[in-house]
Write a protein that binds this ligand. Sequence first.
Ligand SMILES: [Zn+2]
Length: 152
Amino acid sequence: MAESPYMIKRREQMLGLRSPDPKKEPKPIAKVSEKKKAQQEADKAAGVKSSPRKPLPKGGKPRGRSEKMRGVVSALRPLYDAFMKDKEECEIKSPVCTGRAEYIHHVEGRGIKVILDQSKWKACCGACNGYVEVKDAEAKEKGHKKSRLAKS
Ligand SMILES: [Zn+2]
């Protein structure tokens, strides 16, 4: 006598082999494991070897360059504010200068090693910030730009 799939399932439930409804069963760690899964995928894509047995540190923050960079970028905001506080005038003063400093130009780009170095920051107006980007060579000559430029 063949058992119906339902009966098999039912019996497994009785024996505790199968939870009544796996879809509706509450999984408190579901979110975390989803995140972890995503992180492992990201690590895989980035060529990082992940160790599935080793749990992530509390808070689930993945380590890595991008995470560090994100930390740096979030740390920059208050630094930007403080830096700009006493910068009212554009320091680049290109031919298109509008005078008022509104942005921070990173003379040596925004690489992780230089991004926090305020000696490589220049308060500038939006026009100059754009100007140094198009006038790359000229800007380099004047020392406004030494490597790649990124908008601030
Ligand atoms: Zn300017």
